[in-house]
Design a protein around this ligand. Sequence first.
Ligand code: IMP
Ligand code: MG
Length: 184
Amino acid sequence: MKIEQNVERVLISAEELSARIKELGAQITADYKGEPLTIVCILKGAVMFFAELAKEIDLPLQMDFMRVSSYYAGTKSTGAVKILLDLDEDITGRHILLVEDIVDCGNTLAYLQDYLRNRGAKSVNICALLNKPARRRKDVHVNYAGFVIPDEFIIGYGLDYAEDYRNLPYIGVLKRSVYEKSDN
Ligand code: IMP
Ligand code: MG
């Protein structure tokens, strides 16, 4: 079975993704020049974006990884956040840039920003590839946003539905028939 068969349409092509990530990288390079920077990949969804973005930031930096569970029931967030994998390195006095796939309700990033600020970081900013403002519940400021997208469930370029589709090289809209059977 080809994974494409459950894609309703391509929302953002691979070419559009890489062009925008270059721009974000240039902006981050200018903003953090001369500062101790740690970029943090929020696993698993941000993995593709993180790897591409890191190559576009022309500065010495450190990489670290976190994994959280946002308690998704099908395609709907329940609001609770739990840390499954925490940072390895001390972040005291460093600027943290959280690299996330998508800001949806905002629960995940609001929680992480608070958590890391309390651990002595100089600043905790957010870089999200996608921003879905229609469903926002927490007031989070996205410092670097790749694309604003409509309220549709999307997959690919790291984003999943029930752990599938992360390896699509573009961002696509998932066919409703795939999740309407199991989500109520
Ligand atoms: P938030 O806490 O509601 O902002 O949720 C953020 C997380 O929900 C993201 O990191 C994604 O893992 C997941 N998510 C939100 N919307 C989508 C979507 O359209 N497709 C796939 N995952 C999504
Ligand atoms: Mg995620």
